[in-house]
Design a protein around this ligand. Structure first.
Ligand SMILES: Cc1ncc(COP(=O)(O)O)c(C=O)c1O
Length: 425
């Protein structure tokens, strides 16, 4: 039996259920594909549910009538008071990015800011000098929406040129996106092209202690962050960019004004509340030397525990299944937790041992994962990406299926439980 749109959409809205794992009908999943394609960060639900009373936002009907929040001085006109302070604070607490002397600009997710950045950066080099579109490149495998959003836009200023390995322009400006840790493979990335004319966008969506050891504050010219994978509040659609250059900051703010007249104030208020709540939990109570019990843990301990448990289970299932290789990651000292630990990437990137299309092998286990070819290079058709940040029930079912022999179910007849069908994202 497939869940109806109405049932599923009502769950987070009416707040009557205690666990969004109820999205999965336990009696009906045997004969349908399990969709682990999208990185929807539902794993954070139990943590946030447990602090609902302490961390919530009430917005009065009379609030936020004006487009303008802040018409004075340094703050941009649409930033809710205290929003950028909360961002600076959380980066200081975690130690993952330098914010002193930098400009912070909010966006509707980091996706929106990515597009604004491309326009603002290409504008600095194309104005009046050349008709050539600025190439935008990224080392494959890369997050497919970078390419899709640029291609959809059909900009006259910049164009998607794909994998850095096939980019052979010997001169001229270019924009390189560097995602660390990388989606899909969880590896730490460095710029690949490294020549004059390069403008770098560092996407640090996953540089948080639950995913990777924090080795020091990132200090790049342009750094993108998002609530989506950090706290799990993807639906609030709040991201931010930290930039060194004042003119670039003004250009981004200008974009935000011209395209959307700012960024949702309710979302910023919620983000500010959540970020301050997390910062308080560390600044008011020191980080425990021993990992706390589940009842006392804060967000990063919760995230780290869930992610490392899941990775242990994933490694065991892949070993038992014996069809795939998993990447191995070295441990590193995490300044935040004060100990060495392994990365726990938000996605598992698996390669079929035989060179076959790994997504087809997954389908034989009734698992729908994202095809490796969707990450920018035909070299990766033997790979597949699986989300590690879904709900507990989804993950348990994933491990159960991955550990079992391929099914005899006729797959052409198998429907799919798909969040794409439900939410369109
Ligand atoms: C590397 C990377 N950057 C950006 C995003 C998009 O983030 P947002 O939800 O803030 O638009 C994602 C989402 O999966 C991502 O993996």
């Amino acid at each position: 039996m497939e869940q109806s749109k109405e049932t599923i959409n009502s769950i987070p809205i009416n707040g009557k259920v205690s666990n969004c794992d109820e999205n999965i009908d336990h009696n009906s999943t045997d004969d349908v594909l399990l969709d682990v394609d999208i990185g929807d960060p539902i794993m954070y639900y139990p943590y946030w549910k447990s602090v609902d009373e302490e961390c919530s936002v009430t917005i009065k009907a009379s609030a936020f009538l004006s487009y303008f929040v802040n018409l004075n001085k340094d703050e941009f006109f649409y930033h809710v008071p205290g929003f950028t302070d909360a961002i600076r604070r959380i980066h200081r607490v975690v130690g993952n990015a330098v914010t002193e002397g930098r400009y912070i600009i909010a966006g509707t997710g980091s996706s929106q800011l990515f597009n604004y950045l491309l326009l603002a950066l290409s504008n600095t080099v194309t104005s009046g000098t050349t008709n050539k579109r600025v190439p935008v490149v990224c080392a494959a495998p890369y997050y497919g929406l970078f390419a899709a959003s640029v291609e959809t836009e059909k900009s006259s200023m910049y164009e998607w040129r794909g994998d850095t390995r096939t980019f052979d322009d010997k001169e001229g400006p270019y924009i390189e996106v560097v995602t660390s840790p990388n989606n899909p493979d969880g590896l730490w990335r460095k710029p690949m092209v490294n020549r004059e004319g390069g403008m770098l966008i560092h996407d640090l969506a996953y540089y948080w202690p639950q995913y990777v050891p924090i080795t020091g504050p990132a200090d790049y010219d342009i750094m993108l962050f998002t609530m989506s994978k950090f706290t799990g509040h993807a639906g609030s659609r709040i991201g931010w960019v930290i930039v060194k250059d004042k003119e670039l900051a003004s250009a981004l703010m200008n974009q935000s004004f011209l395209r959307t007249i700012g960024c949702c104030q309710e979302g910023q208020l919620r983000a500010k509340t959540i970020l301050n709540f997390i910062a308080d939990s560390y600044e008011k109570t020191p980080i425990p030397k021993v990992m706390p019990t589940t009842t006392t843990e804060n967000l990063f301990e919760f995230g780290y525990r869930v992610m490392s448990d899941r990775w242990e289970m994933m490694k065991a299932a892949v070993k038992q299944n014996n069809l795939f290789n998993l990447l191995e990651y070295p441990d590193q000292h995490c300044n935040f937790f004060g100990k060495f630990h392994l990365p726990n990437p938000a996605f598992a990137w698996l390669e079929s041992k035989t060179g076959e299309d790994a997504s087809e092998l997954m389908r034989e286990h009734k698992i729908q994962a994202r095809k490796g070819a969707m990450f920018g290079s035909s070299l990766h058709t033997k790979c597949v990406r699986i989300t590690m940040v879904g709900s507990d029930d989804q993950f348990r079912l994933l491990i159960q299926r991955l550990s079992s022999p391929p099914s005899s179910v006729h797959l052409d007849e198998v429907p799919s439980i798909s969040k794409v069908d439900i939410n369109g994202n």
